[in-house]
Design a binder for this molecule. Sequence first.
Ligand SMILES: Cc1ncc(COP(=O)(O)O)c(C=O)c1O
Length: 376
Amino acid sequence: MDRGSEKRYYVTKPTLPPLDKFTRLLEDIWNTKILTNNGKYHQDLERQLCKYLGVSHCSLFANGTLALTVALQALRITGEVITTPFSFVATAHALYWNGITPVFCDIDEETLNVDAQRIESLITPKTTAILPVHVYGHPCDVESIAHISDIYGLKVIYDAAHAFGVKKNGESILRHGDLSVLSFHATKVFNTAEGGAIIALDEKLKQRIDFLKNFGFADEVTVVAPGINAKMNEIQAALGLLQLIDFNDGNERRKKVANCYTSLLERAEGIRVFSEGESVEHNYSYYPILIDSNKLGMSRDALYERLKEFNIFTRRYFYPLISSFPAYRGLPSAAFDNLPVANRIANQVLCLPIYSDLEVSDVEFIVDTIFKIVGV
Ligand SMILES: Cc1ncc(COP(=O)(O)O)c(C=O)c1O
């Protein structure tokens, strides 16, 4: 039988702890009957994440989108915010839900992140912040972005949904900007089924974030702001504590998968792979490749469709660009001519399956299948 018809390869597969360990924590939650509202698992996960990530303040959230929305509220961001069109749509939606206009900036050819050299030309009197994304966990040009934000007095919120555990020059990438936002969605390398967090550099800001995520309550009778309910519950937090124990092990295994893809694909004509500089400790959350259809003799979309016949379900992250969706395509910054690199990359990118229990033999099968389809 054709091997492709036996096994299904999705772009990712959630990591889960041993069920009996989770059951023990659930039994405790059932006994205490404390299900949410800053319970002991919530407090413990915030502490453990600070320790693991090397950051001083962490506020847990029900999901990453609410965390982004609250991060913008916490810093009182208004007017226009410069961001990338090459991201998951939640990045721009968080701006929209705050009544903020996204201003799309083209991306850098090498990192696929916002092109820091183009930010300055997009600043207007209404600009209050920059919302870059560390796409696929590849660090943004944090130094240039800090330089621009210092000169123009702009806040910086990093959408770090893909960047759990990523370090640059030995330091967490989450220590840059005013705030960084994580997602713990099931598809992320560290997951709590649904979940997220805001990483803050100072205690007062964490306090404001904690008020905002709990309806604005500062104490039992004081509501200091029109907050929202965005709290992570105890079941999610307990799962997170167990996930953290195995994170390093999973990372090592994904690293092997990524290295295997790179060694098999780096010399392939018409396929571009990405490699981190030596200064970056990566989390191997995605394995994007870029297809040059002229050299490969096949378009990205054709390859994506053909791979499905072999049960290999890749994803075209991030196609279509956010700037092409109905809510955003009328914005001046969404014009095709303003975003030449992002538009080209969105038509070339394909994310291959990567997760911790993918074997080297699976990677070989996936790459062999690609070569078979394109006829090399
Ligand atoms: C870049 C980016 N930002 C924000 C989000 C939203 O996170 P969540 O799904 O946890 O709401 C995601 C992913 O889901 C994402 O990939």
